[in-house]
Design a protein around this ligand. Structure first.
Ligand SMILES: [Zn+2]
Ligand SMILES: [Zn+2]
Length: 223
């Protein structure tokens, strides 16, 4: 098992997250309680479509308490589902959402996987084909990014720090790796001649784009 883990970890540039969301403590506490009461609980891991060799190894149903620790792990772009089945239904161990049936849990996870793909696509596009930024207004981007599951927050620095987009502020999202982020800065309080999108990664450094997705020219205005 460790060999496979090392192999996958070594081969992929992405991080295998030791799942932050192990069966959470309340589920665990409950599990102990139920074990006492003689009601068995299960950890069910399945691939949705095909994920990878490593995931395939752990795609089983385990009695709670007899599951390997790896069953809770996921890697970037993982297309698996892991649920805890109890007498009261199913809990997705990663999202912590609760469902009455496995079918419902699976449907929700399928949607999540789809959204994760859209998130990666957006991240890829803004660094490779930033013209895409010109295809939506800032408001439309914010709505779309929230729809596909990004956590969209107000800017946290400058004059507009903490001010919601709806009240004239900007917004930002942070990506998981390489210090990457995407921000919208409205015209108000801009030191860069009007509104702009700011995109940054360790590799690219900071880049600013016009609302039409073209690289922003001109010098910083002081003030
Ligand atoms: Zn996998
Ligand atoms: Zn997987």
């Amino acid at each position: 098992m460790d060999d496979l883990y090392d192999k996958l970890y070594g081969l992929t540039p992405v991080i295998i997250n030791m799942c932050r969301a192990m069966c959470d403590s309340s589920v665990k506490a409950n599990a102990e309680h139920r074990a006492d009461a003689g009601i068995k609980q299960y950890i069910i891991r399945r691939q949705i479509g095909e994920c990878c060799e490593w995931c395939e190894k752990f795609a089983h149903t385990y009695e709670l308490g007899k599951e390997p620790k790896e069953v809770y792990w996921r890697h970037d772009n993982c297309k698996c589902i892991v649920v805890c089945k109890s007498g009261r239904g199913y809990t997705d161990v990663w999202s912590k959402k609760k469902f009455t049936t496995y079918r419902d849990a699976r449907r929700e996870r399928e949607q999540e996987i789809l959204n994760e793909q859209k998130q990666r696509e957006f991240e890829r596009q803004i660094f490779t084909t930033p013209e895409v930024l010109g295809t939506r207004t800032p408001g439309e981007w914010k709505k779309y990014l929230e729809e596909i599951g990004f956590e969209v927050k107000p800017l946290n620095r400058g004059m507009l720090a903490g001010i919601p987009f709806e009240k004239g502020g900007g917004f930002k999202i942070n990506f998981k790796i390489d210090g990457r982020y995407y921000q919208y800065h409205p015209e108000k309080c801009s030191h860069h001649n009007g509104a702009y999108y700011k995109v940054s990664s360790g590799r690219s450094g900071v880049l600013r784009y016009e609302m039409n997705g073209k690289l922003k020219k001109g010098k910083r205005k002081h003030g």
